[in-house]
Design a protein around this ligand. Structure first.
Ligand code: ARG
Length: 461
């Protein structure tokens, strides 16, 4: 390189710039797919045996050679050769050749491209991860349903604009998120079905010239169906994008859920108390107990969303079929899946160990939260709602002016505001009654909440 005009960066005519080597290589992250890569290669070899590209003995050698490679990865003895093992595909093939000899090992890649191989590995890996995540999500939803059942009698303030609005059941709040996460579960199941399609046998872009049985390979690998266009199959990272769109939506729900609980756990609210296992202390202030788990759920949602947006930016301008840009889909996928899986488990742990304080919840209720019920009371006496809303507003004003809580205004004071108030109005000042009035489907009455629990549980089956 010395006599090169632009200095010593390049190692020579045939060598790569050392920074280019590390810039290009993916082995240090795509090694995560070692097992999938081996499984895919065995299915590949079997299918090639069936079309006469390999003998029985050659296939047997490949299969047992791969068993050894697999074992080496598993026990940590696999030695990556820096600068040689560019990615998991080249690494596995290189090692196979060392074990069974290059004569046979060199036949494995017949008709195959790394383009189809990496897509196959990623889909297999992602499918298993998403199935695992599905089970975490179901566990979390079961905790929500169980707590909703147990704590159905707790009543607390429902907020809009973070202002006290109407009394609701604590379970009603839990289920409000439960149904968002249940929709995430439905969506996840659809995503898994689209991830679980086989690109194997598509070649670099044009398809396989040896009449390979793609259906048999797909079946062996547990794929549900084939990808039907070879050029599309190697170009496609929609399965990663869609997973991250899914994960971003879930994390958005998670973030809002966490935000509510952060507020509810402050000394000012104190409706809930986080278990020590999900809190941390302050290095300076001995009294502090911080809801770090919830803050991380909120914070990591930004990271998940960024990964999704990043990949969409990466993909949007590249021409069709495989381009190396697509390698940039791997790292965000690995991290996204870990982030989402961990987040659901953390949320599940937080909720199953959360302490609630039903007395503080009750104490936070305010008679003004029954102002709508006062209006509704007059509606039942035949007064048009627009008028009742105004009358109830006058009661609120009188209460504020006199400093008398609304439920302690005298019957005479109310009668003075509107003659249609009767003595039975005092029965309105009852939070539980207010809650029980909301008995239409989806409301906060006990019956409605129990129905919600039933519906939610059915979605988990
Ligand atoms: N490591 C590559 C990736 O993750 C594998 C595909 C390489 N294909 C190619 N034609 N260079 O995308």
């Amino acid at each position: 390189g010395e006599n090169m005009l632009w200095g010593g960066r390049f190692t020579g005519k045939s060598g790569l710039d050392p920074i280019m080597v590390s810039y290009n290589e993916s082995i240090y992250f795509d090694r995560a797919f070692y097992a999938e890569d081996i499984k895919g290669s065995i299915a590949w070899a079997r299918a090639n045996k069936n079309v006469g590209n390999l003998t029985e003995q050659e296939f047997a050698a490949i299969e047992s050679g791969f068993a050894k490679v697999h074992q080496e990865w598993k026990d940590g003895s696999f030695k990556i050769i820096p600068g040689v093992d560019e990615d998991i595909h080249t690494a596995n093939e290189r090692r196979l050749g060392e074990i069974i000899g290059k004569e046979i090992g060199g036949k494995l890649h017949t008709g195959r491209s790394r383009n189809e191989q990496v897509a196959t590995d990623m889909r297999l890996w992602l499918r298993e991860q998403l199935r695992q995540i599905e089970s975490y999500l179901i566990d979390f939803l079961k905790v929500i349903a169980a707590r909703a059942e147990q704590e159905v009698d707790y009543i607390f303030p429902g907020y809009t604009h973070l202002q006290r609005a109407q009394p609701v059941r604590w379970s009603h709040w839990m289920l409000s998120y439960g149904f968002q996460f249940a929709s995430d579960l439905e969506r996840l199941r659809e995503v898994i079905a689209r991830v679980n399609r086989s690109p194997l046998g598509c070649g670099a872009l044009a398809g396989n010239p040896f009449g390979i049985d793609r259906v048999a390979m797909a079946k062996e690998l547990g794929f549900e169906s084939l990808l039907w266009n070879s050029m599309g199959a190697v170009a496609d990272r929609d399965f990663v994008t869609e997973t991250m769109q899914w994960g971003s939506m879930l994390m958005t729900h998670m973030s809002r859920w966490a935000e509510d609980l952060i507020i509810y756990s402050t000394s000012e609210f104190h409706f809930v108390r986080l278990a020590d296992a999900y809190s941390t202390g302050s290095s300076l202030m001995p009294q502090k107990k911080n809801p770090d788990s919830l803050e991380l759920l909120r914070g990591k949602s930004g990271r998940a969303f960024g990964q999704m947006a990043g990949l969409m930016m990466t993909v949007k301008g590249i021409p069709s079929t495989y381009n190396k840009d697509l390698q940039e889909s791997v790292e965000p996928m690995l991290d996204h899946v870990k982030t989402v899986g961990d987040s659901i488990q953390i949320a599940c742990g937080v909720l199953s160990t959360l302490k609630t304080d039903p007395e503080r919840m009750l104490a936070a209720l305010d008679p003004f939260m029954l102002a709508t019920d006062i209006a509704d009371y007059l509606v039942r006496k035949g007064v048009p709602f627009r008028e009742t809303h105004h009358i109830s507003g006058k009661c609120v004003a009188l209460s504020e002016q006199t400093g008398t809580p609304m439920d302690q205004l005298t019957y005479e004071q109310l009668k003075g505001i509107d003659s249609r108030f009767n003595e039975d109005v005092s029965a309105i000042f009852d939070y539980e009654k207010s809650v029980e009035m909301r008995s239409a489907a989806g409301g906060t009455s006990k019956k409605s909440v129990e129905q919600q629990i039933k519906v939610l549980k059915e979605m988990l089956a």
